[in-house]
Write a protein that binds this ligand. Structure first.
Ligand SMILES: Nc1nc2c(ncn2[C@@H]2O[C@H](COP(=O)(O)OP(=O)(O)OP(=O)(O)O)[C@@H](O)[C@H]2O)c(=O)[nH]1
Ligand SMILES: [Mg+2]
Length: 381
């Protein structure tokens, strides 16, 4: 992976049409993504339009204004919060005289930088290639004019010049490799199921504190960072419940609003751990404004639904209460009476975490090997 110490300067643009409400939040999140990818944001702007301009998203007049800003700030890259077609990308980069990428390419770039394991790297490359495939025209690739840096890095970097056919062949090979790894994992899972060990999986918006919670629960040290998408691989740890039973808890990749579909498809095997879980531990960052919290809860639920995990029994943890506004907590308590309010940093209400997992699994009879002693294991607490 190429990483220079000099930060890539970027201008951020979010084009909003009529119905979009949370304009500044959309831009804040784009900024967090850009910084995570290693960019230095030198300017950001929201463009409101009746509808997206098919040629340049923002219209040619606005594009000219933006090109002036790019020149003045000497930005290398312009990042749009919207999806961009290859035609729009080529047109915009020629008007703006800068590299132009969209939100999906930015997220793919972060994944490429954070992928650690062989499986993670293969999944990222697969997602990048499926993003690239419709953008390759004829035999060449127009993206080659973009140069290096954000949106062009990753395990697939050296293959950027390949034509469609070769990309497809490569994708098939990667998929075969993944299938092999998946079958090893599924054998391990079956063994665990046979041994009657219940499983819980952490799920939630990126940066909500899933890995911090896992560490606190298990005394392990999974990577925790104030960056988006720190965790890309599933990590599984054991914990002991008050009943004396052991369960496994898995940490996995976080979600985001408009999670690129290429990633959901490519990360099928990583996300399998969510689908296969007996219960889900939905971790929510309770520190932003309540409207944002609600939106994120809904986006996580949408992704879970699209993964086929919408029906799995879940617990809702509102994390980071050490830095949330009291008013927000009161509001959330009314709106989500089932919520459990915790801090994975200070350990506040931690007893409730283990107890609620214990009770939830008890409700579903996962804690007992036979249905007849369910009531015994539940009344013990
Ligand atoms: N103040 C406060 N910060 C927290 C708490 N829990 C986590 N954090 C911080 O939130 C940031 C993200 O934590 P992670 O545990 O990496 O979050 P994650 O959900 O695993 O994130 P991804 O793997 O990127 O999806 C880190 O800077 C943590 O220190 C908490 O209870 N209170
Ligand atoms: Mg994490």
């Amino acid at each position: 992976m190429k990483m220079s110490n000099e930060k890539e300067t970027a201008v951020l643009v979010s084009v909003l049409t009529g119905k979009d409400e949370n304009a500044s939040e959309a831009l804040n999140e784009l900024e967090a993504l850009a910084k995570t990818a290693g960019a230095e944001v030198v300017y950001s702007t929201i463009q409101r339009r009746e509808r997206i301009d098919p040629a340049t998203l923002i219209g040619s007049g606005k594009a000219m204004e933006l090109s002036k800003i790019v020149r003045e700030t000497m930005a290398k890259t312009v990042i749009f919060n919207n999806d961009i077609s290859i035609g729009q990308q080529v047109r915009l980069s020629s008007i703006l005289d800068a590299k132009v990428i969209d939100r999906t390419a930015l997220i793919l770039d972060i994944f490429a930088q954070h992928a650690q394991t062989k499986e993670g790297k293969i999944q990222v490359e697969l997602a990048q290639l499926s993003y690239l495939l419709p953008r390759v025209r004829g035999r060449g690739i127009e993206l080659s004019r973009l140069g290096g840096g954000i949106g062009t890095r990753g395990p697939g970097e050296t293959k950027l010049e390949e034509d469609r056919r070769r990309i497809r062949v490569r994708m098939k090979k990667l998929q075969r490799d993944l299938n092999k790894m998946e079958s090893v994992r599924s054998t391990q899972r079956k063994k665990r199921q046979k041994a009657g060990i219940p499983s819980a999986c952490l799920a939630g918006y990126t940066n909500s504190g899933k890995s911090t919670l896992l560490n606190k629960l298990t005394g392990s040290n999974v990577l925790v960072e104030n960056k988006l998408f720190s965790t890309l691989d599933s990590k599984t740890r054991h914990i002991f419940l008050p009943s004396g039973k052991t369960i496994v808890v898995s940490d996995t990749v976080g979600f985001i609003t408009k999670l690129p579909p290429q990633l959901v498809t490519a990360f099928h095997s990583t996300l399998e751990v969510i689908r296969e879980a007996d219960i889900l531990l939905h971790v929510v960052d309770a520190s932003p404004k309540y409207e944002i919290i609600e939106e994120r809860i809904d986006s996580v639920k949408d992704v879970l639904q699209s993964l086929g995990a919408g029906e799995i029994s879940s617990l809702l943890f509102f994390n980071k209460i050490d830095i949330s506004e009291q008013q927000t907590i009161e509001y959330l308590k009314r709106k989500y009476p089932e919520g459990i309010f915790i801090s994975a940093i200070t350990g506040e209400n931690f007893g409730k975490v283990v107890q609620s997992i214990n009770d939830k699994l008890g409700e579903h009879a996962f804690l007992s090997s036979t249905a007849s002693n369910v009531s015994k294991s539940v009344t013990r607490f």
